[in-house]
Ligand binder design. Structure first.
Ligand SMILES: [Zn+2]
Length: 426
């Protein structure tokens, strides 16, 4: 790990001088395709910044931005997790943000699509993973922490589930597709503390899922992955399984089943190929469409009354949504035929909206999980009138959230865009 210090001496997290007793560390990921750790490390070094982490993790370097390694058990207090129903991890945990590859694009909330052939995204995610392992191992050694103990190392998402962070999907939203998990991370940190190292010479070290159940599924899969390395056909439905052959772009195979985690297709040869929609395109047979017509499947079609247009059916909603991202003009229907994605068309921004109620609250982030602005203890409202929205975001508690222009600089003034309160001006 190539690590250097660049303290954010202008950020209020630094100038306030507040310290915490270190109980653990939360791991974050940017949530935007910015691969260079210097960009946000510099932007956040300002008195107006509303976030400050202890470190930014790049592919080639780690930049430590708040004092956190000078004294055992003590560190400057960062701003990274917001707060949840039970308080804030900012009071107990260190934090680092992993950068994200430039070859991805966000498609609402924490879902993203691959823009390239997948190789740069994978290389970036694995390199930042490795640097994160080394950094968190160094922190655990410095502060006498056991990475495997309950609640010590958490992702932002896990911290939210424990009620000590705002509602975000990082880091799992990006790791999942590479077979990485927080459990694996904690084990790798422990191994690194004991002198081990993470070896990414080949494929990622991941949990062995070879033994999982295969459910029947019939169709044709076409390889769309364009990387020169090709797509591996494996002997079992797991990244840990041996590679038996390599498929190239345009190759077609008959599918006989799908793994229980819906990440692998079983081919008629008995080998397995990844089911990631940015690597393969699946077309169901007519018989398959019939058999998934029952309950329990999320279907991807151009319209509910056009079953012939169906390009996929999944037990897991997220898999259906991901396939939908890859194919414009398609929609996701729940098992009852209700359209669930895309739920709204994103307006062209900036957009003028009309607020029709007096008491619409202004929240510090896109979701009811964020606190609202207050003046003398009372909520601040927009009041009725017209307002400019400069960004929209998914978030809990509303079908969509809009960032008010007046709060653009710190990105901390969001209103619900629900039809009950707000209409978008044409
Ligand atoms: Zn986060």
């Amino acid at each position: 790990m190539n690590k250097r210090n660049r303290y954010q001496t202008k950020n209020r997290a630094y100038t306030s001088g507040r310290m915490i007793a270190v109980k653990g560390a939360v791991l974050h990921s940017y949530g935007c395709p910015q691969p260079d750790p210097k960009i946000l490390a510099e932007r956040w070094d300002s008195a107006g910044a509303s976030a400050c982490v202890h470190a930014h993790i790049g592919r080639d370097e780690v930049i430590v931005t708040l004092p956190c390694e000078e004294n055992t058990g003590k560190a400057a207090r960062g701003w990274h997790s917001g707060s949840g129903s039970k308080g804030s991890a900012n009071n107990t945990h260190l934090s680092a943000e992993m950068t994200e590859p430039a070859t991805i694009k966000y498609a609402g909330g924490s879902s993203w699509i691959e823009l390239g052939d997948g190789s740069n995204t994978k290389a970036h995610v694995l390199a930042t993973y490795k640097n994160a392992v080394d950094l968190y191992a160094a922190w655990c050694c410095r502060h006498g922490l056991d990475p495997l103990a309950d609640g010590v190392i958490l992702s932002h998402r896990e911290a939210h589930a424990r009620g000590i962070a705002s509602n975000h999907g990082d880091v799992e939203h990006i790791w999942l597709r590479f077979g990485l998990s927080m459990d694996q991370f904690r084990r790798d940190v422990k191994a690194a503390m004991q002198g081990g190292s993470v070896d990414f010479g080949g494929d990622v070290a991941v949990t062995d899922t070879s033994g999982q159940q295969i459910n029947p599924m019939e169709g044709i899969v076409t390889i769309i992955y364009t990387g020169e390395d090709g797509l591996n056909l494996r002997k079992a439905p797991a990244y840990t399984a041996a590679v038996a052959a390599v498929a190239k772009e345009g190759d077609k195979y008959a599918v006989t089943g799908i793994s229980a985690d819906e990440r692998w297709y079983r081919l008629d040869s008995g080998l397995y190929v990844s089911a990631v929609p940015s690597y393969v395109s699946f077309k169901a047979t007519e018989a398959q469409k019939e058999s998934t017509a029952g309950t329990g499947y999320y279907r991807v079609r151009t319209a509910w009354d056009k079953p012939a247009s169906q390009i996929g059916a999944f037990k897991a909603q997220e898999n259906a949504v991901e396939l939908c991202h890859q194919n414009s003009g398609y929609r996701v229907y729940d098992p009852d035929g209700k359209e669930i994605y895309p739920c709204t068309d994103t307006p062209a921004l900036p957009v003028l909206v009309s607020v029709r109620i007096d008491d619409l609250r202004i929240r510090k982030g896109p979701g009811t999980t964020y606190d609202y602005h207050k003046k003398a203890g009372k909520p601040v409202h927009t009041g009725k009138g017209q307002f400019t929205i400069v960004r929209v975001s998914d978030g809990p508690g509303a079908k969509q959230w809009g960032l008010l222009k007046a709060y653009q600089e710190n990105e901390d003034g969001w209103i619900s865009l629900d039809d009950d309160y707000v209409s978008i001006k044409a």
